[in-house]
Design a protein around this ligand. Structure first.
Ligand code: SF4
Length: 319
């Protein structure tokens, strides 16, 4: 650790950020704990370029904890529509309820309370504490992991070791610039193939660069279960019948056409969830099934409610 401090790794990364970082990302200005929280949850499973528009839309409607106070779960899901991993929208709903009921409507500024919020893990708590409250807490997202594995030439991910290293390289005097810098370094320079080491502020201290061998942390292979779904695309007078009544076990609280599981079928659309591969087909109909509660929406209305993306795209293409 002393060796790391003596070469000022953290400071080099902070200084590089000031000169080269992506300071115009919308969550990097008008900083508030709330904005950092929402952006971190969005970025957990979403690429920066996709998250920008969603973040701006979210902030236009709910710029702070006060405005989101009375939002319903549906309101938040609607803003999340198309972003995927909808559990995050549910976590935001639950967390803002807790913040208002238990923490007087203010984002906690300490680790134990933050980590008690649904959807806030150690890295998200670290991001909120360091970026919004200027406290020296480490982050360990995918980019930080990659940078650490490269600087210290670690071929395998070991949670405790990586957290310790993330803490050791912190530039505690410039915590904001450091955290943004290390994430940018990971996404802009420390690329999986052909990293741009000649531009990197820590190239003289990076063991991978010195060896010219660049480890890639192996991703856990995800085993996906196959499912076969038949949707009834019910259209009448240019409106579509959608329901939230289903027992799929995922897409809870999203609007979908009535659906049934089949044993096997040729798929019109194949869609991957984190642990499932969905083989989807659509049967066109104009008759609503009995005993299924739901609502009718025209295409304009469909754009404003929460629908899984492959279903939304399929309905849009239905002329
Ligand atoms: S020197 Fe190269 S491999 Fe090392 S951190 Fe920088 S970009 Fe990554």
């Amino acid at each position: 650790m002393e060796a790391i401090r003596s070469i000022n790794l953290g400071e080099k990364i902070s200084n590089w950020y000031v000169e080269n970082g992506r300071q115009n990302l919308p969550w990097r200005y008008s900083i508030s704990p709330y904005r950092v929280w929402i952006s971190e949850v969005m970025l957990q499973q979403t690429q920066v370029n996709t998250a920008i528009a969603y973040f701006e839309r979210f902030m236009a409607k709910y710029p702070d904890l006060q405005t989101i106070k009375n939002a319903t779960e549906d309101d938040i899901y609607n803003l999340w529509s198309g972003l995927g991993y909808y559990r995050r929208a549910n976590y935001i709903f639950q967390a803002k309820e807790l913040i208002h009921n238990k923490f007087r409507g203010e984002m906690p500024d300490n680790y134990d309370e933050l980590i008690s919020l649904p959807g806030v893990g150690r890295s998200t708590a670290g991001a909120i504490l360091s970026i919004a409250f200027n406290k020296p807490y480490p982050i360990l997202d995918a980019n930080v992991k990659k940078v650490i594995s490269r600087i210290f030439f670690k071929k395998d991910f070991e949670e405790k070791v990586f957290w310790n290293l993330s803490e050791d390289i912190l530039d505690k005097k410039n915590i904001f610039n450091f955290q943004q810098g290390v994430m940018d370094l990971g996404s802009q320079l420390c690329l999986p193939k052909n990293p741009k080491c000649n531009l990197c502020p820590v190239n003289n201290n990076c063991q991978s660069n010195l060896r010219r061998e660049f480890p890639l942390l192996s991703k856990k292979a995800t085993k996906r279960r196959k499912e076969f779904l038949e949707f009834q695309l019910i259209e009448k007078n240019q409106k579509y019948f959608m329901t939230k009544e289903h027992n799929l076990g995922y897409w809870k609280n999203l609007w979908i056409p009535p659906v049934r599981r089949l044993d096997h079928q040729k798929a019109e659309i194949i869609h991957h969830l984190s642990h499932r591969t969905l083989n989807m087909n659509f049967k066109i109909s104009s008759k609503k099934p009995k005993n299924v509660e739901g609502k009718w929406f025209d295409k304009k209305e469909l754009a404003l409610i929460a629908i899984p993306k492959p279903i939304f795209n399929r309905i849009l293409s239905n002329d």
